[in-house]
Design a protein around this ligand. Sequence first.
Ligand code: ZN
Length: 475
Amino acid sequence: MEYEVVIGLEIHAELKTATKMFCGCKNEFGAKPNTLVCPVCLGMPGALPVMNMAAVEYAVRAGLAMNCKISSFSKMDRKNYFYPDLPKAYQISQYDLPLCTDGHVEIDVNGKYKRIGIERIHLEEDAGKLIHDAIDHGSLVDYNRCGVPLIEIVSRPDISSPEDARIFLETVKTILEYTGVSDCKMQEGSLRADVNLSVRRPGEPMGTRTEMKNINSLHAVQRAAQAEAKRQAAVIRSGGRVIQETRRWDDARKESFPLRSKEEAMDYRFMPEPDLVPLVIGQEWLEEIRRSIPELALSRVKRYIDDLGIPRYDAHLITQSRFLADMFETAAAACGNPKLVSNWIMTDILRRINEDKDFLAASGLDGQNLGRVMLLLDKGEITPNSAKEILDILAREGGDPDAITEKKGMRVQRDQNLIARAVEEVIAQNPKAAADYRAGKEKSFSFLMGKAMAALKGRADPVQVRELLLRRLKE
Ligand SMILES: [Zn+2]
């Protein structure tokens, strides 16, 4: 590798509060344009903002989950710029006294744990949305998003590859979802990332960086970083100089284009927001918020690998969603065989989720009853096929796994006489196959075995059936 890549991410996450940051308008995606607005978020003269404490709480929770120091005193500032989606012509943000500082997030790069520093997390409001495509001439503006609370998470330039950048963003996304701070719907723009990137020869000081803004998918971040590293290396290799600028990443064309030369902080004329009092976070409230943070995904991944013997890949997939991870843990405790439960989640349950991403929310299946189905299976009381059938029923209408097993007559048949009778009948009805097997044709055995299992409706212990069938054939 001729060049080292140095990457820092700025991640914007919309907070999942019920209302906006400084007014009582609903914080909702997808409403009819300009219906979720009021004088405050439209920036009417004389309208005064009032801080939504839920937004502060969510930001603190995100900060704690990312190991930040929480400032006991911070304030809001005005960031001035003119753009049609910003009716006040300034955004209320935080400048020199952010709410959270000096944290870190641990990421798992194929079993290698790396620590990425978090420089700061600050609170700010979102701007409106310009719509350019809907009409032939000019643009439309939708102010519904004006004043939606956001946090901006600024990482240190600790990320050393495009893949690590994607994994870091994925990890932050999971943290925000586990803590309930943001719904992180990247396709709806509630989570977006800016990629700051420079390259240098090993041992040299940091190169000039560029910034690519508003990238809204995990893989697009990796692709954008890859392409930009390549572009910068080519510029330097040909004797040129990388210019500090903001670029626009076009994920469809897989290339970026210059947007504007990078503005400096002073261009924004930051000034303290005079209409809001400073934020003072009391110790007691801080502790209360700390207690509301659940065990996060990476901690669970390590525990699943070390204590439960689950493969790393499976552990990551199961912990992608807190709901699924909780379900796994409840089921594993109810069944006592975590590996069996994880295998079934990896195949059967994830298949159902892939077919319908809202499957779990709408289904009657939960950790408790999944665990009891797995217990029946583990004890050999039902066959894998019956387990699938019971899961179908539970998903559709809920219910009690034991009761379903009884009602459907699914309990594995262990009655020696019954199985022996079925085996005898199968041999009597298929004399040619039996003779073939006795003459040394091994393949005929699977045929007879299939017939016997079918005669027992698939609800007998295959080992037992096999034994009896072999014994009869050898007689
Ligand atoms: Zn409003």
